[in-house]
Design a binder for this molecule. Structure first.
Ligand code: ACO
Length: 433
């Protein structure tokens, strides 16, 4: 690999250092570019820009590879669970048996939402969008636990373990409470003895006079779903968390911003959009052929939801795992879902079609995650909330990297200004009507 790159501008040559990642990824270091040349890098959407060094997740979109702290997602999906993978993502290593137990206990001890905080719910309309509720309530953690959210990296890192456990555990509890609030049901409190996913299902579906007993395959499917969403390199919401965190904002505030970013349909909201699309196809009595045809028009409004990905130019490895899990779950539960049949048909048709093949558009993780959640009894408007619960470890680990980086700077991109050039103020009387 070359040790420097050379940039020629107006007959002058500028050497630019070259950097390499541990998996052989190469980068040109442009940190001094503007000072040396007066030029900035223009990279709308940051598709070619490395905004940080990170040791958390390795993603190779061309080859469909995803690894957390070096461990392939396929192995984690087969052998690990969400809580262990969360520990790995946050702390860098798989936990020993003792550490795993301590971490699980810490999550259980920090699951509850205090009375004062529960009152926030009352201020929301019953039909408020769940992600809007989630981001507001998570931001309020900074108000309820100000000693964990001082906006001073040094202090916030000292209390990081507690703040991280609270974030993972309470976001799940808040998620379940949002569901119940919208249904007009009283909240169900977490149980100390239940594992993470079983506890979530209990808080969602128990009734005061009867506990919900999660079938093992249901808890396993939820575990897998959360695990597969636990981190995904510098995606839109994670970059948002890093950006907000780079101003020394605390963990809770930064995660709340990540939740807002996740809510958009091109990111976390895609799982809902997939289900809406499948439902619309079903309601129209189409088998999906017309939707595929419309998607080929190139118009954004007709895109095949759940297809394509900003970085995968090959199969999303999570989609392979989840597609199979989806089949298995529906078989075990004996659920026949006409939307799954439509999804299969869509996948089959698109994967034979040159439009999708030539653009390397394959199903992404959201293509199947909605069907799994539906089978678990989760309503569509809660899908992205489940995604947020899953993504929390990744946000936490990324915030920590930012906070612990002694050489870190505030994230502050530049722009290519294309507005009016300098002009003089026009008084009201002289302005056109
Ligand atoms: N359906 C039809 N055509 C598509 C789709 C799609 N889902 N996605 C991309 N294309 C087309 C584009 O129109 C473009 O065509 P062109 O070359 O003729 O102009 C080409 O494929 C390349 O697309 P880009 O716009 O470069 O893809 P980009 O990387 O910007 O977008 C994105 C990625 C946003 C995920 C896009 O594929 C999309 O909108 N997919 C549907 C929404 C979705 O499923 N999002 C979930 C992402 S996964 C996640 O966040 C967990």
């Amino acid at each position: 690999m070359a040790s420097t790159a050379s940039l020629k501008l107006d007959d002058k040559e500028y050497p630019l250092p070259v950097m390499a990642g541990t998996e052989g990824e190469k980068a040109i270091d442009t940190r001094k570019l503007r000072a040396a040349t007066g030029y900035l890098c223009y990279d709308q959407g940051y598709g070619n820009t490395g905004a940080c060094e990170s040791a958390i997740t390795y993603l190779d979109g061309e080859n469909g590879i995803l690894r957390h702290r070096g461990y392939p997602i396929e192995q984690l999906a087969e052998h690990s669970d969400f809580v262990e993978t969360a520990f790995l993502i946050i702390y860098g290593e798989l936990p020993s048996a003792v550490r795993r137990k301590e971490f699980g206990l810490y999550l259980r001890q920090n699951a509850a939402i205090e009375m004062q905080m529960q009152r926030i719910f009352e201020g929301f309309p019953k039909d408020a969008p769940p992600m809007a509720m989630l981001s507001s309530i998570v931001a309020s953690l900074a108000a309820h636990y100000p000693h964990l959210a001082t906006n001073n990296f040094e202090k916030d890192l000292k209390t990081f373990d507690l703040a991280a456990a609270m974030a993972i555990s309470k976001i799940r509890t808040v998620g379940a409470m949002i569901y119940r609030y919208q249904k007009g049901l009283p909240p169900i409190f977490p149980k100390q003895e239940l594992p993470f996913c079983e506890n979530f299902l209990h808080m969602m579906f128990s009734v005061p006079y009867e506990d919900y007993q999660a079938a093992p395959e249901v808890a396993r499917a939820l575990n897998l779903l959360l695990l597969l969403h636990a981190d995904h390199e510098q995606n839109c919401s994670t970059s948002t968390v890093r950006m907000v965190g780079s101003s020394a904002a605390n963990l809770f505030t930064s995660i709340s911003a990540g939740i807002c970013a996740l809510s958009g349909p091109l990111h976390g909201g895609a799982n809902m959009a997939v289900m809406q699309m499948l439902q619309a196809i079903h309601d129209e009595g189409d088998d999906g052929t017309r939707f595929v045809q419309a998607a080929k028009s190139g118009e954004k409004s007709h895109r095949l939801m759940g297809f394509g990905h900003a970085v995968y130019r090959n199969f999303d490895p999570r989609a392979k795992i989840i597609g199979k899990a989806c089949d298995d779950l529906l078989k075990k539960l004996g659920v026949k879902d006409p939307l799954l049949d439509i999804a299969k048909k869509l996948e089959e048709t698109a994967l034979k079609d040159d439009y999708f093949l030539s653009r390397k558009l394959y199903p992404n993780v959201d293509f199947y995650s909605g069907i799994i959640m539906r089978a678990l009894g989760v309503p569509m408007n809660m899908f992205t909330v489940i995604f947020a619960i899953g993504r929390t470890p990744g946000w936490i680990a990324n915030w920590r990297e930012v906070a612990a980086d002694a050489k870190g700077r505030i994230y502050r991109p530049r722009q290519l200004y294309v507005g009016p050039v300098k002009r003089d103020y026009v008084t009201m009387a002289r302005r056109a009507t």
